[in-house]
Design a protein around this ligand. Sequence first.
Ligand code: GLP
Length: 259
Amino acid sequence: MAEIVIVRDKAEAGALVADEIAGLIRADPQTVLGLATGSTPLPVYEALRTRLKGVDVSRVRGFALDEYVGIDPSHPESYRSVITREVVEPLGLDPSRIRTPDGSPAGIEHHGDEYEQAIVEAGGIDLQLLGIGTDGHIGFNEPGSSFASLTRVKTLTEQTRRDNARFFDSVDDVPMHCITQGLGTILRARHLVLLAFGEGKAAAVAAAVEGPVTASLPGSAIQLHPHATVVVDEAAASRLDRAGYYRYAYANKPDWQGL
Ligand code: GLP
């Protein structure tokens, strides 16, 4: 099962995960990061700013989880723009080494395969950051997504479009389609780190971590991964049946294990 780490707040989560990422980059300047968008990973990116000062990040590579199809890459809410604004620029990464799936409609049927190829050529993803949608989606793998799926075009659910409408003028402006790493792509990463904050995520977290492994709840795919870490605040942990055990296990964790 995944390791569940219950923290006080977003800042503690950000510090914990940023320490891990900074350690990876110091040990291997060619670390390949899997980058998530949404509000959840922001405390990690924020905490990385200070931790990467003076660290050579010129060879770090990054692959975003997903992108909207048909959105202008220069649109402020394209995931390309979000990753540039929140990650690439503040951390001083080389933009040519950070990719997002290509959501341009021309040749879209090939863009998933091209993305998979690029990840393989980079040597695979060392650490994949993940958030989780209220319907249990990870990346943009909506309920029903195959556990074997690779990067491909998906149709967003109405709930996801409503959830993401806050980034656009109205729900009608949220694109209908996306291109997302598949659950199979995500499961190939060497370490998964899923973060969730707030009461609104509590049901999805409990289902992903303690519920049955099912395509109906894509986040439950992390139960199949040999090295998955779930970092949640108290509110997001509030529906976990075994929270007491997770706290006890983490408090007694051998130092050599790391995150
Ligand atoms: C979007 C992204 C997901 C993200 C989810 C949750 O749908 N494609 O990668 O996990 O939103 O967003 P937030 O972190 O803002 O709650």
